[in-house]
Design a protein around this ligand. Structure first.
Ligand SMILES: C[S@@+](CC[C@H](N)C(=O)[O-])C[C@H]1O[C@@H](n2cnc3c(N)ncnc32)[C@H](O)[C@@H]1O
Length: 255
C-alpha cells in the first residue's frame, strides 16, 4: 500500500515550489487541495490527477478520499498552501491515517510569512533589534490559549507575525500598544505574497488600519510588526566581523 503525501506548495508563485513537490504533483493520481489559497498555475501541474477542492469538503470526506485511494495503490497528495505545518490542520489528518494503518510523509513548503519578508526586503532577526520571531494569530472562531494573549506576547518586543488576522487588524493594533509597542512602531501587511497581484502596505501602528482599509484588504495577508521593518539603528553581525573567529574562519586581524 502507498502512503499519503502532505505537500506544501509555497505561497503562490509556482517557481517557489520545491522540486520534490513538483515531481509528486506531476505524478499524482488524486489531489485534495486547499482551494482559495493555491493559484490555478500550481493546480495545473497535477496533470493527470483527480482533483478535490478541500474548501468544499468536511473532515470525514477528506479522510475518506485519502484512505480509499491510498488503499487502491494510488499516489495521493494532500496539497497545502505554504507549509503544511503552519495553520494546516494536518495533525487530525495524520492521526486518522495512522489509526487506519496508512503511512504518510510531509514535504515542507515556503510558508507565507517568509515570502512576505522577502517582498518587504526585510531581515526578521536583526542584530541589535531582536533575535526572536513570534508567529501567532488573532482570536476569532478558533480560540487562542489565554496565556498567548497578544498584549502579553507583545511585551517581548520581538518581530510579530500574524496569520489569518488581517480582518482583525484594529484589535491587534490595540493589543500590541497595550503590550508596550510605541505607536510609531513599523507595521507591514503583505497581501498574496508572491502572487501576480501581491500588495505590500507599510505604515506604523498609528496609520496601518486606515491604509489597509483603503486598499480593501480583508483576507490572505500576513501582518508583520516590529522595528526590523524600518530600523532606526541595528548592529552588524558577529559572523562576518573581521575580528571574529569561528570553526570555518580565523580572525583576519593580526595581533
Ligand atoms: C490557513 S492559513 C495557511 C497558512 C499556510 N499553511 C502557510 O504556511 O502559509 C491561511 C493564512 O495564511 C496566510 N497566507 C497564505 N498565503 C498567503 C500569501 N501568499 N500571502 C500572504 N498571506 C498568505 C494568510 O494569513 C491566510 O489567512
Amino acid at each position: 500500500m502507498s502512503k499519503v503525501y502532505f505537500v506544501g506548495c509555497g505561497p503562490g508563485d509556482p517557481e517557489l515550489l520545491t522540486i520534490k513537490a513538483k515531481k509528486l504533483m506531476q505524478n499524482a493520481d488524486v489531489v485534495v487541495y486547499s482551494g482559495s489559497l493555491i493559484p490555478p498555475e500550481i493546480i495545473k501541474l497535477c496533470k493527470k490527477a483527480k482533483l478535490h477542492d478541500a474548501a468544499k469538503l468536511v473532515r470525514e470526506e477528506i479522510f475518506d478520499i485519502l484512505k480509499t485511494n491510498t488503499r487502491k495503490g494510488k499516489l495521493v497528495i494532500r496539497l497545502h498552501d505554504g507549509d503544511p505545518s503552519i495553520y494546516g490542520a494536518i495533525r487530525e489528518q495524520t492521526d486518522n491515517l495512522q489509526k487506519a494503518g496508512i503511512d504518510f510523509e510531509i514535504i515542507p513548503g515556503i510558508t507565507s510569512f517568509l515570502a512576505s519578508a522577502a517582498a518587504l526586503g526585510s531581515e526578521l532577526t536583526l542584530p541589535g533589534v531582536t533575535q526572536t520571531i513570534i508567529i501567532t494569530r488573532a482570536e476569532s472562531r478558533t480560540k487562542v490559549p489565554k496565556h498567548e494573549k497578544i498584549s502579553e506576547l507583545a511585551k517581548h518586543k520581538a518581530t510579530m507575525i500574524f496569520y489569518l488576522s488581517i480582518h482583525l487588524l484594529s484589535d491587534i493594533v490595540k493589543q500590541v500598544i497595550e503590550g508596550g509597542y510605541p505607536k510609531s512602531t513599523p507595521v507591514a501587511a503583505v497581501y498574496r505574497a508572491s502572487w501576480k497581484d501581491e500588495k505590500v502596505i507599510t505604515g506604523t501602528l498609528k496609520d496601518i488600519v486606515k491604509k489597509v482599509r483603503e486598499e480593501k484588504i480583508t483576507r490572505t495577508a500576513i501582518i508583520i510588526i516590529g522595528d526590523i521593518i524600518n530600523p532606526k539603528s541595528y548592529e552588524y553581525s558577529k559572523l562576518y566581523d573581521k575580528t571574529f573567529s569561528h570553526g570555518f574562519r580565523k580572525t583576519k586581524i593580526k595581533s
